[in-house]
Design a protein around this ligand. Structure first.
Ligand code: FES
Length: 168
């Protein structure tokens, strides 16, 4: 008898997990959907980390080693960026039309890095993601896991200064 796919509790209340869960459901929790699901995680979060890899492994009932194997084999998957702090910029259509491009410019002016890069002192990594499931809050950013709604350049400058150890 086939076991009915059981949903695994989401790692947090972050709405992006709902997108990942939807992909897992669409594929009937099948292990063959691994690459597709990892893509969704990366498009939503900008990278793969231990929490997401464990969640995917449990949800698809695959050994964690296999999930790590696939995540590290394909160059288009990025494991958690090395920076102490992470800023994810949503570049989905909803955020783009609300000025996500300006936010990227502010990031470049403030920290001199582009998506996919980390500051030389290892303090901040910036990653671009596709829709993170918060379109009504566009443009959306995520500072160290905290979604920022209707983000603006001031919010970036403030947070980055704090991360860089300067007064706001
Ligand atoms: S497009 Fe940015 S949250 Fe949907």
């Amino acid at each position: 008898m086939l076991a009915y796919p059981v949903s695994v509790p989401l790692p947090s209340a972050d709405k992006r997990w709902k997108l990942v869960e939807a992909t897992i459901r669409r594929h009937g929790h099948k292990g063959t959907a691994l690459i597709e699901v990892l893509h969704t995680v990366q498009e939503s979060f900008g990278f793969l980390d231990e929490v997401s890899l464990r969640f995917v492994a449990t949800s698809l009932r695959l050994p964690l080693s296999k999930v790590y194997g696939v995540a590290t084999f394909y160059h288009y998957f990025t494991l958690k960026p090395p920076g102490e702090h992470t800023c994810v910029v949503c570049m989905g259509t909803g955020c783009y039309v609300k000025g996500a491009g300006d936010l990227l410019r502010t990031i470049e002016e403030t920290a001199h890095i582009k998506p996919g890069e980390t500051t030389p002192d290892g303090k901040i990594s910036v990653v671009a993601a596709r829709c993170i499931g918060a379109c009504s809050l566009a443009p959306a950013l995520v500072f160290d896991g905290e979604v920022q709604s209707k983000a603006d350049s001031d919010a970036i400058r403030r947070e980055f200064r704090r991360w860089m150890g300067h007064a706001a």
